[in-house]
Design a protein around this ligand. Structure first.
Ligand SMILES: *Cc1c(COP(=O)(O)O)cnc(C)c1O
Length: 496
């Protein structure tokens, strides 16, 4: 009963939602997907006049079908009550002809908070439901944003400890300050002498280190990951698509049933995939607009049917989208191939061996009927930030600007004038320097000074969690070599 999830790569790995949350990734390396998603349905009429948390309850009950209702209610309440700077959680604002859903009002001012605030609670609920005892140690490697959002999400959550590894000198001043000042009695932060890939490889090694896993097991502890391929991170993101839509209905921008477009700044394809899930659940969505920066592997894929990661990697001013392998795309391939597991498996094997694959003509046609892709480079992104501020007094972050401009391109190219929503994934103050320079030209100096100056000149307030961050006491000072990461984790696990 309730074995509604299966791996994208083999049909004999069926499991429940709670076990999928526990495992994160399937044993065959595939991702968990809900098999009969198209038969599920959310009645949008019933969402009218509901709060964000009430909508979340209805949607999560549908998707996490082996969780008792009261457990889901409890998880939602713990995740969102007083954790976001607005009761709306994800407010929708009008900017020019479009709408922007602000996903950045959580404790770290980035959209990852929406999912990482609830994942820890879904995880501990899953442990209880499956009668697993002991403490969970969450490990994460981060290039900046995920680490802080995970630390904040797991902070002081009973039965868990969290360790985050970041590249020493490889994150921004603000990102570093966010992590090293992290409070909570179960949080651990360690800088690694190496780059992000070294940190990531180190974490992967620990996850498969049999000796270490056994030592921990004897000590009543298990590893888990806060990675974005966990369905516990994906599913909570469906909620704000419905929420945005209902707000548009409430303020008269659309009639119930009218279709709208969503433009999404995309990296790992998790955010926009949640939009496709919302559509499958019955949300009237016209086009899902996939916005990329210079690392436009998804733009090429959607427009040509060829996915090819063998290309130059660009460091851009929208670093959270600097990704060449978008893991969650595998889930889209599963649905777009008509759940043809053999086909997905073969494509993923090609990606592994040659870094490249090509989908069938049919599959490409189907993808093009749901997704439009565009890409916007740095100069255009900066121009968009400047123009949007000058025209509307609205300050876009660098990632959101990519999606905003891509939407304009889409409208120009297709003539589609349906009401459109841009998902805003970060506060402009998380990327103060780039935003400042887009408006006022090049600027040297300390990121925190630039943050203050950006606020003075634009009149847009700095989020409370970022303001004064440089004056908070530094709690985490550990720096280690990559080959010492295992021992760092042993210490956390209480192993001598
Ligand atoms: C993670 C992130 C993205 C990309 O989201 P995906 O779900 O990985 O596609 C975009 N913008 C910001 C600010 C992010 O932190």
């Amino acid at each position: 009963m309730f074995q509604s999830y299966e791996s994208t790569r083999s049909s004999n790995l069926k499991t429940t939602a709670s076990k999928a949350v526990l495992k994160g990734i399937a044993d065959d390396g595939g991702l968990y997907v809900m098999r009969d998603l198209e038969h599920k349905n959310i009645n949008i009429e019933k969402l009218k006049d509901k709060s964000y948390m009430e909508m979340a309850e209805i949607i999560l009950n549908e998707m996490l079908d082996d969780f008792p209702e009261e457990k889901i209610r409890e998880c939602i309440s713990k995740a969102y009550t007083d954790k976001f700077s607005t009761d709306e959680v994800t407010p929708v604002v009008k900017v020019g002809d479009s709408y922007i859903t602000e996903l950045f009002h959580g404790p770290t001012s980035a959209f990852k908070d929406v999912a990482l605030s609830i994942l820890p609670h879904l995880m501990t609920a899953s442990y209880e439901m499956n009668d697993i005892k002991g403490k969970v140690i969450i490990l994460a490697a981060t290039s900046g944003d995920t680490g802080k959002a995970a630390l904040e999400g797991f902070r002081d959550v009973k039965g868990t400890k969290i360790a985050v590894f970041y590249p020493d000198g490889g994150v921004s001043q603000v990102q570093k300050a966010q992590m090293v000042t992290q409070e909570g009695n179960n949080t651990f932060v360690c800088a690694i002498k190496g780059n992000f890939d070294d940190a990531q490889t180190g974490v992967k090694k620990i996850f498969t280190d049999e000796k270490l896993i056994n030592e921990l097991r004897e000590n009543n502890k298990i590893f888990s990951s806060a990675n974005s391929i966990n369905i516990g991170r994906l599913i909570p993101q469906i909620v704000y698509y419905f929420y945005s839509y209902i707000k548009l209905v409430e303020n008269g921008a659309v009639k119930m049933g009218d279709k709208v477009n969503f433009s999404v700044p995309t990296g790992n394809f998790g955010n926009i995939l949640a939009g496709y899930y919302a559509k499958m659940l019955g949300l009237p969505v016209n086009m899902l607009i996939c916005a990329s920066n210079e690392n436009n592997v998804l733009y090429d894929f959607i427009n040509t049917g060829v996915y090819d990661r063998n290309r130059k990697f660009y460091r851009t001013i929208s670093p959270s989208m600097d990704i060449l392998v978008s893991s969650n795309l595998e889930r889209l391939l599963y649905y777009m191939s008509g759940k043809n597991i053999d086909e997905v498996k073969s494509l993923m094997e090609q990606l592994n061996s040659s870094g490249k694959y090509e989908i069938s003509h049919d599959m490409k046609k189907k993808i093009n009927s749901e997704f439009y892709a565009g890409c916007v480079f740095m100069e255009e992104t900066e121009k968009t930030i400047k123009e949007t501020f000058e025209k509307y007094g609205y300050l876009l972050d660098t990632h959101t600007a990519v999606a905003y401009k891509t939407l304009e391109e889409y409208k120009r190219q297709t003539g589609d004038n349906a009401v459109s929503v841009v998902l805003s994934t970060a506060s402009p103050y998380k990327f103060s320097r780039s935003v400042y320079e887009s408006l006022y030209g090049e600027k040297d100096g300390d990121e925190f000074e630039i943050m203050d100056e950006l606020s003075e000149r634009t009149g847009v307030p700095i989020p409370v969690n970022l303001k004064g961050l440089n004056k908070k006491p530094v709690i985490h000072t550990t720096v280690c070599e990559t080959n010492e990461m295992g021992n760092y984790v042993r210490k956390i696990g209480g192993i001598k």
